[in-house]
Ligand binder design. Structure first.
Ligand SMILES: [Fe+2]
Length: 358
C-alpha cells in the first residue's frame, strides 16, 4: 500500500528542488505487509481496550476470557454498528493475533498467509516473556526505517550514549555486515576500550571489549540486539520498531540482562528512557530530511554506514517484490530461523561464563 505518494513541495536552503540521494528509496511511503508486529506487552493487556496502530491502521486490543483479541473498530463504533471491515481483517473486523515472548503479535497483510511459523524467532527471550520490570515503551517521532538504520549503526553508541556505553577509543574496531532477503545484521567488535563512567561502579578493570550485534527484520522493524561489554554490561534487547505512521514509531522493548552483575541487571532497564530520549533527540529533527529533503549532493557515507546502505537495498527489493504481487518469504530470510549464530550468542567470554543458553 502506498501511504503517501505525493511529496511535499520542499525547497532546500539554496532554493533548488531536492532529489533523493538513494535512487528509489522512499522511506515512510510504502507499507511492507505480510508480517507479524509486536504491538504491545501481553502483561499490560487486560479487559480494558488499548489502541495501537500499524501503518496508520487502527487496532483495538483487549482480553476476552483471558485471550488477547484485536478489533479494527473501537468498542463504541461496534456498539453503534459502524464497521470498517478493511482488507486487513478479511471482512471479519478482527486482526489475527498471537502471543509469544511476552508480546501480543498482530498480523498485517493477507489473513490467508498468517502462519505463526512466521513470528520472528527471539532466542534472547524466554517463550513466556520476561517479568514486567524488564519491559517498557518508548515512542520515537520519526518513521521506523530511520530507527532501524540507527540501530544498524552501533558506532552511534560512542557519541550519543558514551557515558553508559563508552567512547570510541578502541584498540581495534571492526564492523561486519550480512543480509538475507528479509534481514540485515551488523556485528561490531571493538577491543580494549576504556570502561565508561556509567559502568565503573561495578567493573573493576580499566579496559573492556565490546561485541554488539543487531539483527533487523526489515518488514516488521523488529530488532534483536546482543550488546556485550566484557567485563561489564551484558544486555540482550528486543527493540521492536512498530511503524504507527511516518512520524511515529512505537518501541515496546524488552531487556534480558541475565548475564549482568545483579546490581547492573536491575539498573539497566531504568536507563532505557534516558537512552531512548537521546536517540529521539537525534532522530526527530532528521525525519523530514530523511523522507523528503535529501540533498542532491552526494551522500557522505563512511564504511561504518555499510549496514544502513544494505538495509536500503533489502528494503527496496522487498518493495519491488510486493509491488509485483509477491508477498512470500524465501528460505534464507525466514523469520522463524535460528539466529543465535548471527547474534554471536554462544561466544566464550573472558570471565568464563560460557554457558549462555537460556
Ligand atoms: Fe541509540
Amino acid at each position: 500500500m502506498i501511504i503517501d505518494e505525493a511529496k511535499p513541495d520542499v525547497t532546500t536552503k539554496g532554493g533548488s528542488r531536492s532529489k533523493a540521494i538513494t535512487a528509489g528509496y522512499t522511506p515512510g511511503r510504502f507499507a511492507l505487509r505480510d508480517a507479524w508486529f509486536p504491538v504491545m506487552h501481553g502483561k499490560l493487556l487486560k479487559s480494558r481496550p488499548v489502541r495501537r496502530a500499524i501503518h496508520g491502521e487502527p487496532i483495538y486490543l483487549m482480553r476476552e476470557q483471558g485471550v488477547a483479541v484485536a478489533y479494527e473498530d473501537s468498542p463504541r463504533d461496534r456498539e453503534r454498528g459502524r464497521f470498517r471491515r478493511s482488507e486487513f481483517t478479511a471482512g471479519t473486523g478482527r486482526w489475527p493475533t498471537f502471543e509469544r515472548y511476552g508480546y501480543v503479535w498482530v498480523w498485517y497483510g493477507n489473513n490467508d498467509n498468517a502462519s505463526v511459523d512466521l513470528v520472528p524467532q527471539l532466542p534472547i527471550l524466554p517463550e513466556k516473556g520476561m517479568p514486567r520490570y524488564f519491559g517498557g515503551n518508548i515512542v520515537f517521532d520519526c518513521t521506523y526505517e530511520l530507527i532501524n538504520e540507527n540501530l544498524l549503526d552501533l558506532t552511534h553508541l560512542d557519541y550519543l550514549h558514551s557515558m553508559l556505553t563508552g567512547d570510541a577509543l578502541s584498540e581495534d574496531d571492526e564492523i561486519t555486515v550480512s543480509s538475507t532477503s528479509e534481514t540485515v545484521t551488523q556485528v561490531r567488535r571493538a577491543t580494549n576500550r576504556p570502561v565508561p563512567k556509567g559502568q565503573k561502579w561495578f567493573v573493576r578493570e580499566a579496559r573492556q571489549d565490546l561485541v554488539a550485534a543487531t539483527v533487523v527484520h526489515v518488514r516488521s522493524g523488529v530488532c534483536v540486539i546482543n550488546a556485550d561489554w566484557d567485563p561489564g554490561l551484558d544486555v540482550y534487547l528486543v527493540h521492536p520498531c512498530t511503524p504507527e505512521s511516518p512520524y511515529r514509531t512505537r518501541t515496546s522493548y524488552t531487556f534480558n540482562p541475565q548475564h549482568c552483575a545483579p546490581a547492573a541487571r536491575y539498573m539497566f532497564p531504568t536507563a532505557a528512557h534516558l537512552v531512548g530520549s537521546q536517540d529521539n533527540y537525534a532522530e526527530k529533527p532528521q525525519n523530514r530530511i530523511y523522507q523528503y529533503e535529501q540533498s542532491a549532493a552526494p551522500d557522505m557515507n563512511s564504511r561504518f554506514d555499510a549496514a544502513g546502505l544494505r538495509y536500503r537495498k533489502v528494503y527496496n527489493e522487498l518493495v519491488s517484490r510486493q509491488l509485483s504481487g509477491d508477498f512470500g518469504y524465501r528460505d534464507d530470510g525466514h523469520p522463524g530461523r535460528d539466529i543465535r549464530a548471527e547474534l554471536d550468542l554462544d561466544r566464550p567470554r573472558k570471565g568464563g561464563r560460557n554457558n549462555r543458553s537460556l
